[in-house]
Design a protein around this ligand. Structure first.
Ligand SMILES: *Cc1c(COP(=O)(O)O)cnc(C)c1O
Length: 380
């Protein structure tokens, strides 16, 4: 089906392409990585968000894989995470020998709240992964961090969707021992596939680089500390190539402008929802406490499930999606043992994500809302 209004259109600008061409034209540049564009990206990010130790990866999945390898402890081998997340969050920790414990989500945030997390902590808990769903964080991120410190639990932020969002006055990504971001083309800014690991716990600094670089200490050679590199740990090929980094640079420099456009679209939706009293039909996020990156606009229907709603939008050439299929109900998730997560099961059937991207106009938003109103008025 071709849609009049697509759910997402990945960001493109001639200036992104020009940087790639600049890279290709300069034969002195490595295409592999760790060269001028990757370094430039690091500089932009560290200036904008005050992150100190940044590793550019080929995906957020890779950043999660590195995090899992770094945080595994035999006597604390249980990781807590929501079932309502992307496969990579779970798969990376499973591969690193962790045992998963899925947590239920709370009513509207679509994330486990502090009470749920606290109740699930045992002596075996080694890692807690918070997934900043839609680009938002849980209400008590600072309290959770304190609990983790006290109980010797590592905090990992799956901040795949959260670049540019804040908790209080600090950017998301500043709280975890390790924080993972995505530059996949479904995110606000992207390079096809890309990611970033922020290492806030210095204990992990050297080893994170070794894992990133195929388990070697090649970094020490690049820093002129060693002459020849050797195999020092189990790693993989996780780094961002220079080609990908070069495509991203312009977007990092102009992320503020990109966010302003997203905010306009988001706010127009909210205005029209309010004007038409659509809060009687579904829940939606408004009134943000902290800076938000407008990554995703989700609504939670009061209806039994979202199927008819999404089909109706589709018939009117609007592309909308459900959220995640909860991992504990997925074919592989079921092999890990049965779990009943009441809110997760209920809410995942009622959630709908609406189109939001940089190539939508305010008229497009009006059209989507008009169709939504039509859906509800066809009923009695
Ligand atoms: C997109 C996403 C990922 C995966 O990111 P990739 O860069 O595609 O590997 C992981 N977790 C969450 C919450 C995501 O939204």
């Amino acid at each position: 089906m071709t849609f009049k209004i697509k759910f997402n259109v990945p960001y493109r600008d001639k200036k992104c392409d020009q940087n790639v061409i600049k890279l290709l034209n300069n034969k002195n540049n490595s295409l592999f990585g760790f060269d001028q564009f990757t370094r430039k990206n690091e500089k932009i990010i560290s200036q904008n968000y005050k992150f100190k130790n940044i590793l550019f990866t080929n995906s957020c999945t890779s950043a999660l894989e590195i995090s899992a390898l770094l945080t595994y402890r035999k006597n604390k081998n249980v990781v807590l995470m929501p079932s309502y997340t992307f496969t990579s969050t779970a798969s990376s920790f499973l591969r690193a020998n962790f045992k998963l414990k899925f947590l239920d989500i709370s009513n509207r945030s679509m994330m486990p709240d502090l009470e749920t997390i606290k109740k699930s902590i045992t002596k075996k808990t080694g890692v807690i992964v918070v997934v900043h769903y839609a680009g938002l964080s849980i209400e008590d991120l600072d309290k959770l961090k304190k609990i983790c410190l006290k109980r010797q639990i590592y905090l990992v932020e799956d901040a795949a969707q959260a670049l540019g969002s804040y908790f209080k006055n600090k950017p998301l990504g500043s709280f975890g021992d390790l924080s993972c971001f995505s530059f996949h083309e479904t995110k606000n800014i992207h390079c096809g596939s890309g990611g970033m690991l922020v290492v806030n716990n210095k204990q992990f600094l050297n080893k994170s680089h070794y894992i990133l670089e195929r388990g070697t200490d090649r970094r020490l050679v690049l820093q002129n500390i060693k002459k020849k590199y050797s195999w020092v740990t189990i790693g993989s090929s996780f780094n961002s190539t220079e080609l990908n980094s070069s495509f991203l640079t312009y977007q990092l420099l102009n992320y503020k402008k990109i966010l302003i456009k997203r905010r306009k679209i988001y706010e127009r939706y909210i205005n029209l929802f309010n004007k038409n009293n659509l809060n009687e039909k579904f829940y939606f996020n408004k009134n943000f406490k902290y800076l938000f990156n407008y990554h995703c606009l989700y609504i939670i229907l009061k209806e039994k499930n979202s199927t008819n709603f999404i089909n109706f939008l589709g018939k009117n050439k609007i592309q909308a999606f459900i959220g995640y299929v909860p991992l504990h109900t997925s074919p592989y998730g079921k092999t890990l043992g049965k779990q009943k997560l009441i809110n997760t099961d209920l809410l995942s059937n009622k959630i709908v994500r609406l189109p939001i991207h940089n190539y939508m106009s305010l008229r497009d938003v009006s059209y989507v809302v008009k169709i939504i109103i039509k859906f509800f008025s066809n009923k009695f």
